[in-house]
Design a protein around this ligand. Structure first.
Ligand code: MD3
Ligand code: FE
Length: 206
């Protein structure tokens, strides 16, 4: 059971979505991307482009540009509001988050075979009492989970299509990243690659 060695507050649900559920999610995300196209964010200050392409759905979306990281209600390229979070993802949040308010942002990350994500913490959300709920679709990745400090030891494991990862409590502020994609490890996406969805509560309720 690969759930056993995970830190307190984190829970990996292997195969949470079966093939049919994964296909439904991909269809829902394609509809989101049709309205809010994937774009390539840039690093704060340097403007270095991300290797991951991104979009969002929900009232708020996470963006990065030379000015910094932030949540905002409009797509930075189209200037339009982000489309709503698909009902399937709201249902997932209700099942696994143990949080009594809905998520406000769903960040959609698309990785081609060369994309990766450096070690970082998700700390742009004021509602740090809410977990982050992640869904992996398509090719598997090598995921790295560290500790609360950048230099803490890390452990690596594969996230596969249909896996759901819930990061709450003491795990919420742990460093994490994606070291590599395994091209050809899934047939879910016709042209390959990996999609990661992260559901987030941004603002404290009330
Ligand atoms: C561990 N995404 O979008 S999701 C991100 O696979 C991000 O695209 C990765 O990190 C991806 O910010 C990882 C799993 C995840 C999400 C949030 C976490 C792991 C986490 C927050 C704390 C600790
Ligand atoms: Fe993250």
């Amino acid at each position: 059971m690969k759930n056993a060695p995970l830190p307190e507050g984190s829970r990996l649900i292997d195969g949470c979505f079966d093939k049919e559920g994964q296909a439904s999610l991909v269809a829902a995300i394609r509809a989101v991307v049709a309205k809010a196209p994937l774009y390539r964010p840039e690093m704060p200050r340097t403007g270095k482009p991300f290797s991951v392409r991104m979009t969002n759905c929900g009232p708020l979306g996470w963006v990065s540009d030379r000015a910094g990281y932030r949540y905002q209600p409009l797509h930075p390229v189209t200037g339009e509001p982000w489309p709503p979070i698909p009902p399937m993802l709201l249902a997932l949040w209700n099942e696994v988050s143990d949080y009594p308010h809905p998520p406000e942002a769903c960040l959609v990350n698309f990785y081609d075979e060369a994309a990766r994500m450096g070690l970082h913490r998700d700390e742009d959300e004021a509602a740090l009492d809410a977990p982050v709920v992640s869904v992996s679709l398509g090719d598997s990745c090598l995921f790295r989970l560290g500790g609360r400090e950048r230099g803490d030891p890390t452990r690596s494991f594969r996230l596969a299509s249909g896996d759901v990862f819930v990061l709450g409590g003491p795990s919420r502020l742990m460093f994490h990243g994606v070291d590599r994609i395994y091209p050809g490890s899934s047939t879910l996406l016709e042209r390959g690659g990996r999609i990661n969805l992260t559901l987030r509560r941004v603002t404290p309720p009330g």
